[in-house]
Ligand binder design. Structure first.
Ligand code: PMP
Ligand code: GLN
Length: 384
């Protein structure tokens, strides 16, 4: 059977830039500072626990919403970090990665003809999920040089059809963070309007220079109207396990779960048991993460100090944007390809994260790598 009559629901979507650049890095033997994943391993104790539960017959379907112990530990965590009291029975749902949680939240809230506000550059999974729900993404560019949100423009973009606003802090790919005032502006805008918030906070523990992460869960008003999404993949250096969760008020969670149960139903059993134990045993892991990654950011930035790349150190995430304008005026896609294929260091261009890419010369490097990898990459980058 040919697929000639198959009408694409995502006609403008190709393979994600992360997959494209990682494959290019592999094909050319380049150091991979493109796709965001650590080249070091997750904690040994966590692996022991996974192994233990795998051999302890924890291999059948766990409950649809996640195992109770894990949901309880998540509720304790959001209470400790954000002062938010979540009912683990009704307000915490474990998902197969944040990608699934984002998809579920979008499909739980929007339908054909609705509008969703996204900020460009936007993490790549938002817009396709909106399109698959039959809704329309309204793109608002973040303001250079700090990638700040223009809240008056957001206000002007709100219509009767707006149902959801997606925020991401700390921000991938920009490394910027939202402040309390941003959350206040957002709350004011959606007050008295039937608009919900999807808050992608997967880099919650990677905020630097003594700043704090402002979660929607800390904001009394926003917490009632938001889906807050977090990922264990980032926090535990285990992106391949695809274990994440969504915290949302009971009514929102109920709709979220209706979608979740037919997207994946549930998620890997033995990993849930292991992470529940690890949360209890090693709370310091998350507390130490900012320091751990700030040291990597500082190392990478200091190694690049004498290069021709220009940058402001990231405020959060494990990504660092750099401007290559003193080296080349090629497009970011061309420059990232050149860097990967000819120089042996892979990066991510920003154009794929925009509806209308600006004419900037900025690419993204990922610094969640062994120091030796960062040193080798920086040596090459300093010679360009
Ligand atoms: N949101 C952002 C901003 C991300 O960077 C990622 C990581 N890839 C995700 C969501 C998806 O996370 P997960 O791997 O848990 O699906
Ligand atoms: N979020 C990761 C990044 O930004 C990649 C995730 C993926 O490959 N889908 O690099």
């Amino acid at each position: 059977m040919s697929g000639d009559n198959l009408q694409s629901k995502l006609p403008n979507v190709g393979t994600t830039i992360f997959t494209v650049m990682s494959k290019m890095a592999q094909d050319h033997g380049a150091l991979n500072l493109s796709q965001g994943y650590p080249d070091f391993d997750c904690p040994e104790r966590l692996k022991e626990l996974v192994n233990q539960y795998l051999h302890d017959r924890k291999n059948q379907y766990p409950p649809m919403t996640g195992i109770p112990l894990l949901r309880q530990e998540i509720a304790k965590k959001v209470s400790a970090y954000y002062g938010f009291t979540a009912d683990p029975e009704t307000e915490v749902t474990v998902t197969s990665g944040a990608t699934e949680a984002l998809f579920d939240a979008i499909h739980a809230t929007v339908t054909s003809g609705d509008e969703v506000i996204v900020f460009d550059p936007a993490y790549d999974s938002y817009v396709p999920a909106i399109a698959l729900a039959g809704a329309k993404a309204i793109h608002i560019p973040l303001l250079l040089p700090d990638y700040a949100v223009d809240w008056s423009r957001v206000e002007d973009s709100i219509s009767d059809k707006t149902r959801l606003i997606i925020i991401n802090t700390p921000h991938n790919p920009c490394g910027s963070i939202l402040q309390q005032e941003d959350l206040d502006s957002l709350a004011t805008l959606i007050h008295d309007r039937p608009i919900y918030v999807l808050s992608d906070e997967v880099y919650e523990h990677m905020v630097y220079d003594g700043n704090m992460h402002h979660s929607v869960l800390c904001h009394e008003e926003l917490a009632k109207k938001s889906f807050a999404v977090f990922s264990f993949g980032k926090t535990y250096h285990a992106t391949g396990w695809k274990l994440a969760y969504c915290v949302a008020a009971e009514k929102l969670s109920a709709e979220f779960r209706k979608v979740h149960q037919f997207v994946t139903f549930t998620t890997s059993s033995f990993v849930q048991y292991a992470i529940a134990d690890f949360l209890q045993e090693c709370p310091e892991h998350a507390q130490e993460l900012a320091q751990f990654y700030q040291a990597k950011r500082d190392l990478f930035c200091s190694l690049l100090a004498d290069s021709k790349f220009r940058f402001t150190p990231s405020s959060g995430t494990y990504f660092q944007l750099v401007d290559y304008g003193e080296i080349s005026n090629r497009s970011d896609v061309d420059f990232a390809n050149y860097l990967t294929q000819k120089k042996g260091v892979a990066a991510i261009p920003l154009a794929p994260f925009y509806e209308s890419p600006p004419a900037t010369t900025i690419i993204r490097f990922c610094f969640c790598k062994d120091d030796s990898t960062l040193e080798r990459a920086a040596e090459i980058l300093c010679n360009i």
